[in-house]
Design a protein around this ligand. Sequence first.
Ligand SMILES: Nc1ncnc2c1ncn2[C@@H]1O[C@H](COP(=O)(O)OP(=O)(O)OP(=O)(O)O)[C@@H](O)[C@H]1O
Ligand SMILES: [Ca+2]
Ligand SMILES: [Ca+2]
Length: 609
Amino acid sequence: MGICSSKASKKPNPFALPEELKEEEDLSVPTKSPINGVDHHQNQEPEQKQNSDKKTEDKDEEKGVGKFSTLFPFYSPSPAHSLFSKKSPALSGNSTPRKFFKKPFPPPSPAKHIQALLARRHGTAKTNESNLLPEAGSGLDKSFGFSKNFSSKYELGEAIGRGHFGHTCSAKCKKGELKGKQVAVKVIPKAKMTTVIAIEDVRREVKLLRALTGHKNLVQFYDAFEDQENVYIVMELCEGGELLDKILSRGGKFTEDDGKAVMVQILNVVAFFHLQGVVHRDLKPENFLFATKDENSQLKAIDFGLSDFVKPDERLNDIVGSAYYVAPEVLHRSYSTEADVWSIGVIAYILLCGSRPFWARTESGIFRAVLKADLSFDESPWPSISSEAKDFVKRLLNKDARKRMTAAQALSHPWIRNCTEVKLPLDILIFRVMRSYMRSSALRKAALRALSKTLTVDELFYLKEQFALLEPNKNGCIGLENIKLALTKNSTDAMKESRVHDYLASLNALQYRRMDFEEFSAAAVSVHQLEALDRWEQHARAAYEVFEKDGNRAILIEELASELGLSPSVPVHAVLHDWLRHTDGKLSFLGFVKLLHGVSSRTIPSKAQ
Ligand SMILES: Nc1ncnc2c1ncn2[C@@H]1O[C@H](COP(=O)(O)OP(=O)(O)OP(=O)(O)O)[C@@H](O)[C@H]1O
Ligand SMILES: [Ca+2]
Ligand SMILES: [Ca+2]
C-alpha cells in the first residue's frame, strides 16, 4: 500500500512533478499535538491561524473533545460537529486507538488545499501573470451585484463550520418565503479576496450554486448577499455534520453496506454535475454533509469554491484541489470530469479501510504517491473485504483517466448494483463516445460492432440503461431528437454555461437516421474502459474473431494510415507493418485493436479526434 509498494519507473520519468509542485512541506501530523495537530486552516496567515485554532480548542474543551483528541491525535473535529452532536462521536466508535496505530497510514484528517493553488489565489505565486497579482492599492472590483440587505432579512447565529475561505454560521430568516426558517450562511470576508482569481472564484461559486438546482444530494442554495465586508451565501442548513466526522466516529471506516449507501449518493450527485458540465474539483469527506442527525440522513454536496464549468471536449489545466484527493491528470495539468471520479475513489478507499490510499508526510510526497504508487489491498482490513468492493475502488482509482469508470458507470458496477436498487443517471460519456463513432470510417464502425457483440451482461447492463434513458421509439430506435429531449429533461442553467447542447451539433448525422440498440452499443462502448479490465485481451480476441467473419478486409497501408489520421510525415510503412497480415493484407489482431481505439491524439500527431 502507498509509496512503499510503488514501482520504479523505467522510462524517462513520466511522473516528474511540475516545478511549482515540488516544494517540500511536512504535512504530517505531529503525534503529540492533541487538538490542533491538523486543521482546516494550516495555510492561513499566522494571526488567523492562531485565532481559528484557538476557537477549535475552546470548543473542544467545552465538549471534552480534548480527551478524544489524545486518542485520535490526527483529528481536529469541525466546529459543526461539536455544535450538532450531543456526545463526542469518537467515544461512540468501537475501534481502539491501538487499531489505528497499526494501520499503515494515519486515519483521515481534514485535507489541506494544494499549496500552489493557495499561492495563486492569494497572489503569492512566483508568476508574472498580472491578473494573479493584487492590483496596486485596493483597485480590485469586489462588487458582485448581490442584494445588499442581508441583515434586514437574516439574523446570524453561531458559527457551525470553518473552511479556508470562509466560515459558516447558522441564521434565522426574518422575512419572506423562508420566514422563521433556520438556514446556513457561508460568510466570505472580502478582505481575504486579494486577487482577481480569488474574487472570480467567489463569483463562480455563487453562479454554480444558483445554476445547479434540484438534486436531492446537493445542498439547496437560497440566495447571495454582500456588504462592504463580506459575501453571504445562504443555503439549506445541514445539521448532521461532515462525512469526515461520521467516518471517524465509526472508528475510521464503514461496513461495506453503509459504504455503499454513501457511495450511491456521492456518485449520483457527481454524475449530475458532470452531465451539467460542472466539475467540482474539491470532493472530499469534509465537503459532504448529512442533512440531519438521523442515521439514514441524506448526504449533501457542498463547497463549489473550486468548481468550474467544463465543455464536453474541454481540458482544464489549473492545479486545484486538496492533496490527498487530487487526480494524477490534475497534476499533469490536463483534466476534465474524470478527476472528480478519482477523488471519489479516494473517498471510497477511506470509507472501506479507514486510511488514505496515497499518503506521505509532505505535499510533494503525496503527489509522487498519487502519480506512482500502486494500489495495494494487502493490508488489513482489505483481505476481508469483498472482491467486488476492491474491483470498484480499483476502477475508480485507475491512473489513466480514460480508463477510469465514470460516476454513472460506477453506479452500475456490480458492487453497487447487486445490492441496491439504483436508477442510473444519463452519462455524458455516452455522447463523447458516440461522437467519435459518428466520425469513424466504416471499417472502424465494423470493428466496434464486433466488439459490442462480445460484451458481457455487466457491460450491457450499463448500455441498456443508457439507451432506455434516451427513450427509444416503438421500433426500439433513437435519433437526434431523443438525445436532445433527454438532455433537455435533465438540463439546468449550468448546462447552458457548459455548452452541452452545442456539443450535439457533432451528432448531427443522427438527424437523418435512427439507431437501434445493436448499433448504439457499438457507438457507445468505450474501448479505453474495456481495456482496463483484466480480461481485456480475451475480450478483444473474441471480438477479433467476430470481425474476421464479417468485417475484416484487405486494406492498403496508406489507406489505413489515413483511416487512423496518421500525418504524411509519419513513416507509415515502419509504423503499420505489424498492423496488417502479410498473407492477405487484412488487419492483424494488433491492427484491429489500434483501429478500435481510433485516432489517438496522444500517438498520432495530426487531426484531432
Ligand atoms: N449548508 C451547510 N450546513 C451546515 N454546515 C455547513 C454548510 N455549509 C458549510 N458548512 C460547514 O462549514 C464548513 C466550511 O464550509 P465550506 O467548505 O463551504 O468553506 P470553505 O472555506 O470553502 O472550505 P475549504 O477550506 O474546504 O475550501 C463545512 O466544512 C461545514 O462544516
Ligand atoms: Ca470545504
Ligand atoms: Ca472551498
